[in-house]
Design a protein around this ligand. Sequence first.
Ligand code: NAD
Ligand code: ZN
Ligand code: ZN
Length: 336
Amino acid sequence: MKAAVVKALGEPLVIEERPDPVPGPGQVRIRVEACGLCHTDIHAARGDWPVRPVPPFVPGHEGVGIIEELGDGVTHLSVGRRVAVPWLGWACGRCEHCLSGWETLCEKQINTGYGVDGGYAEKMLAHADFAQPVPDGIDPRDAAPLTCAGVTTYKALKVAEVGPADLVAVSGVGGLGHLAVQYAKIAGATVAAIDVSDEKLRLAADLGADILIDARKEDPAEVLQRYGGAHAALALAVNEESFATALAGLRRGGKLVMVALPAEGTVEVPVFSTVLGGKSVIGSIVGTRQDLAELFQLHAAGRTRVVYETRPLSSVNECIDEVLEGRVEARIVFET
Ligand code: NAD
Ligand code: ZN
Ligand code: ZN
């Protein structure tokens, strides 16, 4: 099988021929149909974060495909079933986080395309308990971006406890943001979309955003304050400064949900206005299996639209450049 491999951090990926992986106990082997290119994969390949992945590894945590072999002990899935393999590749099921519905915080978790090989390949392995069945009728190319961009923003809005009378700022209308706009609208909120590209702002408007803010031309915090300030702001842009701007755009009691992970990012949180304004700064990491099941149902019911363009895996390095240059409408999906 072919796989796109990070051989050294910061170097272009290499397309390699590898033997088909063999599922161990509790695992399944999947013939990958589609895998999205999440900005996280770029951070992974460059070694941007304090906990670095160890090359060689295969990125990709939006892999969707058909099960073709079951490892020992797998009884709840069958060959031929379509599943999605998210970032949360495995969690222990026993710790305080797993037991309290926060498996995404499990200290023992294994991350797909980071700690183990992911979906930039024709075949991949997954732990059966974390391979999410994709409902019939969902196109695998839609399911792929939902598997990370979808679950992450769906969860971020839950964390922000967004209600129908709220103003929600979505800072960064990329792969994650184009779905965040839709989930915020489904929650009934008024949505202010912030980006630095005409195309992305146009897309946000198409997807239902009520207020469009071009951060190149105006200060998003000032615009948000003209509307009384945001009840919640989702920081989805790979840009350190945009976090502080989103924080400054909150109203009293507002919540900043930090989701994007710019390399070595820090935010200055002013004590006075945060304390007197009763503001929250919250980190949010992907979502649980239950969150993913919920948003797959929303999509199957026709309530969300995934915007993607398909590419062959062989173009992986050009695709990464396109994402970094902001030339992708929302998501690239590799077809394998
Ligand atoms: P993306 O490149 O598709 O989207 C980023 C968007 O931000 C683009 O539309 C870009 O034009 C916009 N942008 C750039 N500068 C901006 C600014 N100053 N103000 C407003 N918008 C600006 O990336 P993505 O795949 O959506 O991922 C976004 C980030 O989220 C990445 O850092 C990724 O690693 C992270 N991420 C986090 C989680 C999590 O669970 N916390 C999950 C997935 C991805
Ligand atoms: Zn991701
Ligand atoms: Zn655990």
